[in-house]
Design a protein around this ligand. Structure first.
Ligand SMILES: [Zn+2]
Length: 339
């Protein structure tokens, strides 16, 4: 969210609106995929030697990526049914995956339930790790489990207060900041340097993504390209060191306020985690992920401090989608209405 004073939101895809978070489920795949790839579990906590459960988990992840959300829910359900009760890490991951699939499919209540189960299993996994299972052999990562468990505590609490079915998420994704419309078109610098930017094909991809926000009917948002960070309103770069984006997050957006107007933005800056400078080393999936992230972080750069509770919106914390929803459009329009 906007911290008092200067910073706008820190998008993380793992955070929450309650303070803010990331990886779209694509990102999720990266995250959880990281787990799945870790060394073979020595005991039941992870997948309990249950290769079948693990393959259902992976199937769920690819089904979300390919937009087959109902089928993804079924695949995750299969994984859950196959996992022993003490496979706490595997169950935490499977419920987490199913929560997102349910949210994107529009089954918000089931998603909330799944987030609750996932929360409990992550916290349990963190507890187990603290008993000594936190070694390379166990496949447990107590620090991560504890962090995501806490995120989910906040997420579940927040979900009880929001309405994913309203016509926009103005109230749910606050606090909002705004750009003075006299500054339109906003000058956008997409970094082109080897160390913190992208080759031209990837800059085009990012440019296309952020321009989706200008295509909303009735939205006054306009962008123009700018050749350097100096004088730019919105700067998009790649992280140059670890720690610039929170663990589990795909992006981070910060904002600077106009000196005399704390709710007006003077500049926004997004960091997008990705494979690197050169598009030749990107798979289609990597490109999709970067596009999705650019689209999402741009929403923060335009002034949205938090996240939508609906998995069908780009401003959902783990949105796997590639276009703005009606609610995304309604929200940006309402933010700038009458400005
Ligand atoms: Zn975000």
């Amino acid at each position: 969210m906007f911290s008092a004073g200067k910073m706008l939101s820190t998008c993380k895809k793992f955070g929450l609106a309650a303070r803010r978070r990331k990886f779209a489920s694509l990102f999720l795949t990266l995250l959880l995929g990281g787990f799945a790839a870790s060394s073979p579990p020595a005991f039941a906590l992870f997948y309990g030697f249950n290769q079948q459960a693990q393959s259902y988990q992976h199937e769920g992840e690819s089904l979300v990526q390919s937009g087959n959300y109902e089928q993804a829910v079924s695949a995750y359900t299969q994984a859950i049914n196959l996992l022993p009760y003490d496979a706490v890490q595997g169950r935490a991951d499977a419920y987490f995956g199913r929560a997102i699939a349910n949210d994107v499919a529009g089954h918000f209540d089931q998603a909330t339930q799944d987030y609750g189960w996932s929360r409990d299993y992550y916290l349990k996994a963190a507890q187990y790790a603290s008993y000594g299972g936190n070694s390379a052999d166990s496949g447990l990562n107590g620090g991560y489990d504890s962090q995501i468990g806490q995120e989910l505590v906040n997420l579940v609490r927040w979900r009880a207060t929001v309405n994913p079915r309203s016509s926009d998420y103005m109230e749910d994704a606050g606090p909002m900041k705004l750009w003075d419309l006299r500054k339109m078109p906003l000058k956008v610098f997409i970094d082109d340097s080897q160390e913190s930017g992208w080759s031209s094909d990837l800059r085009d991809l990012i440019w296309r993504a952020i321009n989706c926000w200008t295509n909303v009917s009735g939205s006054p948002v306009r962008f123009t390209t700018w050749n350097s960070a100096s004088g730019a309103d919105y700067i998009v770069t790649r992280p140059t060191a670890g720690g610039q984006i929170a663990v589990g997050s795909g992006g981070y957006t910060s904002g600077v306020d106009e000196p005399s107007e704390p709710n007006m933005l003077k500049q926004s800056k997004s960091l997008l985690s990705c494979r690197g400078y050169d598009g030749n080393y990107y798979s289609q999936e990597d490109k999709n992920l970067l596009y999705n992230l650019a689209l999402h972080e741009c929403g923060h750069a335009l002034g949205m401090g938090g996240h939508s509770p609906s998995g069908q919106d780009i401003m959902y914390w783990k949105a796997p989608i590639f276009k703005l929803s009606d609610r995304d459009g309604n929200t940006i329009r309402r933010m700038y209405q009458g400005r």
